[in-house]
Unconditional design. Structure first.
Ligand code: ZN
Ligand code: ZN
Length: 160
């Protein structure tokens, strides 16, 4: 499925081919909440990095989060791309998985398929005021679950 996206001020537009366009994975970690998730969580999709086309690249900023947890202090390998003009969160690229790019569902203008089920991840980092709107059948995890975006789509018969 071809996804088209943009930031709010339209300085950055992009398109990318996605086999995992279903917005089911809600991440409640502090990085997602602060950089992309005013309602408490952010949703990333899975897409094919080689097909990513961007206009307005000069407006892109990249943020690599500082992480300080039980594994120690380090810089995240995840490169969070955003628009320097309007601040919209656009996508995450991590060279650890060079063939993948993870657009934020919030930046996508193409209508996305509604997920039959949601996964609520990193609930251990959730802010106290954030209500987890879990429906029956949803999966909830304190940490990052051992389920890839691709595996979830296959399990739900949504290989697109
Ligand atoms: Zn913008
Ligand atoms: Zn997160």
């Amino acid at each position: 499925m071809l996804l088209e996206g943009s930031c709010h001020c339209q300085a950055v537009r992009f398109s990318v081919e996605s086999h995992q366009p279903c917005p089911f994975m809600r991440c409640y970690c502090s990085i997602c909440r602060k950089t992309a998730g005013g309602g408490g969580y952010a949703i990333n999709l899975g897409a094919d990095y080689r097909t990513l086309k961007v206009t307005g690249r000069r407006h892109l900023g990249v943020y690599q989060a500082r992480i300080d947890d039980a594994r120690g202090r380090r810089t995240s390998t995840g490169q969070r791309h955003f628009c320097k003009r309007c601040g919209s969160a656009l996508w995450l690229y991590d060279p650890t998985w060079p063939e993948l790019v993870h657009p934020h569902a919030s930046a996508i203008d193409t209508p996305l398929p509604a997920p039959p089920q949601a996964v609520h991840a990193m609930l251990g980092s959730r802010a106290g005021w954030v209500e987890v709107a879990a429906r029956p059948g949803d999966d909830c995890f304190e940490d990052w679950p051992d389920v890839s975006l691709a595996a979830w789509h296959e399990r739900h018969g949504l290989r697109l």
